[in-house]
Ligand binder design. Structure first.
Ligand code: C2E
Ligand code: MG
Ligand code: MG
Ligand code: MG
Length: 278
């Protein structure tokens, strides 16, 4: 009896692994054709001062799936990275952002910048900076209207290549931000070598800022360190007035989060911006 049970357990185990592998293959296949068909959309989330006045925006990708509706990036970006699809996808994101900025400028909408998330594999491409330069040239948009967001892990992974590429980006006029700051383990020694414009405090610290003494200390330390290095600070994941006030009192001047607005389609974003202009 136990033998039978054992055999069943094993075959069940194999079956579930097989199912997971099949599902994964299917997702990869779907993703591949979605990239060919450009079934993606960029949402834009405002970055503001404490009064909610616009100071920039972040582009956040969603997959417009025929059957499943909108799919969040956490559900497919990791797969795209592993399958090597992040490179064409990342190029689409940057080009789409350039096209959007061109439209905004043509329509007299002064969106200071679009921040763009760049994955490790994309940043490590030899022609990464050339791709950026080419899109900027083609869409005739000022490079200063774009911020490249990299995570700490990406930056310290190959510091020589990072420094080289960051300098080339700076030379173009593109700005550089470190996303999810505080969750990695980059040291001050590394940071001061890099031509950074901005540190983005991770939302995990912001969440408990008013109740967790350690998070409050970490945030205060990040803000002071950044300012001493001449780097701007933005806090992400700001959901409440209390969080915003706390951050402001610690010296943070730029905010992004549901308290001000969720990410929106470009059409809704434009309405939101025009409302603020009145
Ligand atoms: P991220 O770059 O750290 O972006 C911030 C995430 O926090 C976004 O999730 C945003 O919608 C969400 N968020 C904003 N305000 C709040 C808030 O007040 N509370 C909470 N709980 N969340 C907030 P989203 O759009 O699901 O994106 C998740 C991640 O996917 C991004 O994290 C980024 O790492 C990645 N991602 C998004 N778009 C792209 C892209 O175009 N390329 C690449 N490579 N990665 C992307
Ligand atoms: Mg980001
Ligand atoms: Mg982040
Ligand atoms: Mg993140």
């Amino acid at each position: 009896q136990s033998k039978t049970k054992g055999r069943n357990t094993i075959s069940f185990f194999h079956q579930s692994i097989q199912e997971a592998a099949d599902a994964r293959m299917f997702l990869e296949k779907e993703l591949r054709s979605a990239i060919e068909n450009q079934d993606f959309i960029l949402y834009y989330q405002p970055q503001t001062d404490r009064f909610g006045r616009l100071s920039g925006s972040e582009a956040l990708i969603r997959w417009e799936h025929g059957q499943k509706g909108l799919i969040a990036p956490d559900q497919f970006i990791p797969v795209a990275e592993e399958a090597g699809l992040i490179v064409p996808l990342g190029i689409w994101v940057f080009r789409e952002s350039c096209a959007q900025m061109r439209k905004w400028l043509d329509n007299g909408l002064d969106i200071q910048h679009i921040s763009i998330n760049v994955s490790s594999k994309q940043f490590r491409q030899q022609d990464f900076v050339d791709q950026i330069a080419e899109a900027i040239r083609q869409y005739e948009v000022p490079a200063s209207r774009f911020v490249i967001e990299l995570t700490e892990g990406v930056v310290i992974d190959n510091i020589d290549d990072t420094v080289k590429k960051m300098r080339a980006l700076k030379h173009l006029g593109v700005k550089i931000s470190i996303d999810d700051f505080g969750t990695g383990y980059s040291s001050l020694t590394y940071l001061k070598q890099l031509p950074l414009d901005e540190l983005k405090i991770d939302k995990s610290f912001v969440r408990d800022i008013t109740t967790d003494f350690n998070d409050a200390i970490i945030i205060e330390t990040i803000i002071n360190m950044a300012h001493n290095l001449g780097i701007d600070v933005i806090a992400e994941g700001v959901e409440t007035e209390a969080q915003k006030d706390f951050l402001y009192n610690k010296g943070c001047r730029v905010f992004q989060g549901y308290y001000f607005s969720r990410p929106m389609t470009s059409a809704d974003f434009e309405v939101w911006v025009r409302k603020g202009e009145r």
